[in-house]
Design a protein around this ligand. Sequence first.
Ligand SMILES: NC(=O)c1ccc[n+]([C@@H]2O[C@H](COP(=O)([O-])OP(=O)(O)OC[C@H]3O[C@@H](n4cnc5c(N)ncnc54)[C@H](O)[C@@H]3O)[C@@H](O)[C@H]2O)c1
Length: 251
Amino acid sequence: MGLLDGKIALVTGGADGIGAATVRRLAAEGATVVVTDINGDGATQLAAAVGGLGICHDAGSESGWEQVMNQVRETYGRLDVLVNNAGVGGGGAGDIEGQPLADFHKVMRVCLDSTFIGCKLAIGLMKHHGGSIINVSSVLGIRAAGFETAYSTAKGGVRLLTKSVAQHCARSGYGIRVNSVHPGYVLTNQVQTWIDAQENSQAVLEGLLAQHPIGYLGTPADIANGILFLACDQSRFMTGSELVMDGGYLL
Ligand SMILES: NC(=O)c1ccc[n+]([C@@H]2O[C@H](COP(=O)([O-])OP(=O)(O)OC[C@H]3O[C@@H](n4cnc5c(N)ncnc54)[C@H](O)[C@@H]3O)[C@@H](O)[C@H]2O)c1
C-alpha cells in the first residue's frame, strides 16, 4: 500500500530536476501525477513513464493555469496534491545594481506569480475534500542573497505566501494544508552543467560544499522525499510550516 494511493497530484516544472524526482516519488507511492512543464515533450514523456498526464504549461501564465485545472477537473474530477515547483534564477548580474527590471519581473513571474495562481486555483479543486499544497522555496528565501536579488525576493515571497494561504485555508475549514520546502544547493542536471561550465569548476564545487556543513550537496531525490512527507497524511499536523533541507547551510 502506498502513502498516496488513489490521490491525484500535480507537479509544475515536473520534467526535470527536483520536479521530475518528485513526480517519480509521488507516483511510486500510488499517486496519479499530472506533470506540467514549459518543456511539453519532457512533461509528456515522464508522465507516460509513470502512468500520468503530461501538459505543456508555462507556470507564470494565468490562462495556462486555468486550462490545466480544467483538464484536471475533466479528467479526474479532483486534485489532492499540488507541488508548485517551477522556478528560475536571475542569471547573469543578479545584484540590485546590475539586474534589469525586466529580469526581476521574469523571475517573480515564474517563481512567485506561478505559486500565487496555482494556490488560488487549486483551492477550488480541493476545498470540498481537503488536500496538500507544497511550495518550493529555497534557503535563499530565508537568508538574503545579494547576488540574486530577484530570486531571493521571490523565494522569500513564496515563504510568506505559503503561510498566508495556509492560514486562510485552515480558518476556512477546508482541510487544505499548505507548506513550503527550502532546499540548499541540489545537484540537478542544470546545477551540474553550470558547475562544469565554470573555468574553475573544482573550486566552485568546493566553495558550494563549504557552505553545506554536512559535506555534500543535495540530490533531487532528497528534496522529493521531503515533499512526499508534506504531501501525505504523515504530516497531517503541519500547515504553514517551512521544511528546510539544506545540509546545514542555514546553521
Ligand atoms: N537546484 C537547486 O539547487 C535548488 C535549490 C533551492 C531551490 N530550488 C528550487 O527548486 C525548484 C526546481 O529547481 P530545479 O533545480 O529542479 O530546476 P531545473 O532547472 O532542474 O528544472 C526546472 C524545470 O522547470 C521547468 N520550467 C522552467 N520555467 C518554467 C515555466 N515558466 N513554467 C513551467 N515550467 C518551467 C524547466 O523546463 C525544468 O523542467 C525551483 O523552484 C528552484 O528555484 C532549486
